[in-house]
Design a protein around this ligand. Structure first.
Ligand SMILES: N[C@@H](CCC(=O)N[C@@H](CS)C(=O)NCC(=O)O)C(=O)O
Length: 239
């Protein structure tokens, strides 16, 4: 059994998808980041970063004490190593997957997070502040990343060149975070890849299961009126 410390958010969905794909039993442990629960390590199985996702594996492969892992990229490689799935064992092929995984965690994710922040959150949090420069800068940087990804997918069915891997899983939630069809004409290969992934039963299960949870607030719902803004401003850095 794996405990997934969960809030409805892009980085966390990566792990839910991987758990479903790998057929691992897991339970959501709900963390309300609008209330600041993420800042208490005791609520996150001791994880020190105040960020989600975090997992606690109660049945580690070595049979020892439960294993706690934070950082979505580290969690995905941990799960792949545990199950021998979605990450090829050959060192060359593995490195290729890891490149794209790190590219997502270090580039696509943080930049898209800021783009979304200045597009959707900043106008509500600071309506009198002109966010135009920051918004345009991050959208431009995000578009550069999308162009890189689209080029990669023009030549490859999946992002790391071979089969479907944890690199695809890491990228997918960040692509669908933005309106899936708005502006997608410029990225035909991303759109094709997105549609292939969206049809995967395990991926659909990850989202369907999460949507049934009572999370207290709705990070990914586009209905901004659901956001407890004052709590969020006090308790979290919105990525
Ligand atoms: N690099 C981290 C990013 C994690 C992250 O930013 N998580 C967000 C949710 S998607 C979070 O926990 N935010 C709470 C906060 O910033 O207070 C990862 O990939 O796991």
């Amino acid at each position: 059994m794996i405990e997934l410390f969960f809030c409805t958010s892009v980085n966390v969905y990566k792990v839910a998808i991987a758990l479903e794909e790998m057929g691992l039993a897991y339970d959501h442990r709900l963390i309300d980041i609008s209330k600041g629960e993420q800042h208490d390590p005791a609520r996150l199985a001791g994880s020190p970063t105040g960020k989600l996702p975090v997992i606690r594996d109660l049945d580690p492969a070595d049979g020892g004490e439960p294993v706690v892992v934070f950082e979505s990229g580290a969690i995905l490689t941990y799960l792949a190593d545990k199950t021998g799935q979605l990450l090829p064992p050959d060192p060359r092929a593995r490195r290729y997957v890891e490149q794209w995984l790190f590219w997502q965690v270090g580039n696509l994710g943080p930049i898209s997070g800021q783009a979304w922040h200045f597009h959707a959150f900043a106008p509500l949090i600071a309506p009198d502040f002109d966010n135009g420069y920051a918004r345009d800068r991050y959208f431009k940087m995000m578009a550069d990343h999308w162009r890189v990804l689209d080029r990669q997918l023009a030549a490859n069915g999946y992002v790391a060149g071979g089969d479907y891997t944890i690199a695809d899983i890491a990228i997918y939630p960040w692509i669908i975070y933005f309106d899936p069809d708005e502006g997608m004409e410029a990225f035909p290969n991303i759109r094709r890849w997105r549609d292939v992934l969206a049809a995967r039963p395990a991926l659909r299960r990850a989202y369907a299961r999460a949507r049934k949870l009572k999370t207290g607030y709705a990070m990914n719902d586009k209905d901004m009126t659901l956001f407890p803004w004052e709590d969020i401003q006090r308790n979290m850095i919105i990525t």
